[in-house]
Design a protein around this ligand. Structure first.
Ligand code: SAM
Length: 265
């Protein structure tokens, strides 16, 4: 079957360079018995590299024409399961049927929702994702850095992020408008935020970063609707400098502050 026409609206930018594909698949550090879930297999180029390293691949693809192509290409490959679905509707852990690693050259139009999907329980043992370089920089940024924001805090609250290597736009067909980078995300053994509190934490952090240039004494009063005294008390109890700005606070500091405000236990 000939490859179907490229659907740019689905973020279709295909990789073909075997060295780049091998580098991404190597970064997942799979053992031969492991299951890896792939987001957006497309024409199967990264899938081939994953199949060469893993015990089983579960690939989630939304485009029915590509699913048809993949089903034909891998008709005799019993180690591959193809799921035709929007990855945002799939519980990745259930699809894997147990422990799993995650990999994908992800569609850029939904990078952030995919990142949060990837961090949902049951989490992958590690994830290697190809994302826009600018998103990779935000994920890995440290407090106070220019790229540091709500995404950095939310990801770093539950995982360690490593920026591995860049991939130029010209390596894709068709080339996207921006450069890309590969990141590895490894869940923390002891996450800053407990599973039941993740949604509240995300809302709190997002609200604080909407006021990223304001000082924390003002931020706390605005988003917690607190009196001056209550705000100062919560800041003191959590050791957060009232003069600091949200863009300098770590995930641990946000968590401590939320606890002092009674947002979680
Ligand atoms: N893995 C292939 C490669 O590296 O050449 C294709 C990567 S391409 C950037 C993204 C892939 O994700 C496309 O195949 C696209 O159809 C698929 N896709 C887009 N939106 C999706 C969604 N919501 N759920 C699952 N797959 C999606």
């Amino acid at each position: 079957m000939r490859p179907p026409p490229v659907r740019k609206s689905l973020g279709q930018h295909f990789l073909t360079d075997p060295r780049i594909l091998a580098r991404i698949a190597d970064a997942v550090a799979l053992d031969p018995h492991e299951t890896v879930v792939e987001i957006g297999p497309g024409r199967g180029s990264l899938t081939d590299a994953l199949l060469a390293r893993a015990g089983r691949v579960v690939a989630v693809e939304i485009d029915p024409k590509l699913v048809e192509l993949l089903r034909e290409k891998y008709a005799h490959e019993s180690r591959l399961t193809i799921i035709e679905a929007d990855v945002l509707d799939v519980n990745l852990g259930h699809a894997a049927g147990g422990e799993y690693a995650l990999a994908g050259n992800v569609p850029y139009y939904i990078t952030t929702p995919i990142l949060f999907q990837a961090l949902k329980q049951p989490r992958a043992l590690r994830s290697v994702l190809l994302v826009q370089r600018e998103v990779a920089a935000r994920m890995a940024a440290e407090p106070g850095a220019e790229d540091y924001g709500a995404l950095s805090v939310n990801v770093q609250a539950v995982a360690r992020v490593e920026m591995l290597f860049r991939i130029p736009a010209g390596a894709f067909t068709p080339p996207p408008r921006v450069d890309s980078a590969v990141v590895r995300v490894t869940p923390r053994a002891e996450p800053v935020v407990r599973p039941g509190d993740e949604e509240s934490f995300r809302i709190f952090v997002q609200a604080a970063f909407a006021l990223r240039r304001k000082q924390m004494r003002r931020v706390v009063r605005t988003i917690g609707a607190r009196s001056v005294e209550e705000a100062e008390r919560a800041l003191a109890a959590s050791g957060v400098d009232p003069d600091a700005r949200p863009e300098t606070l770590s995930a641990t500091q946000f968590h401590g502050l939320g606890r002092a405000l009674g947002l979680w236990g």
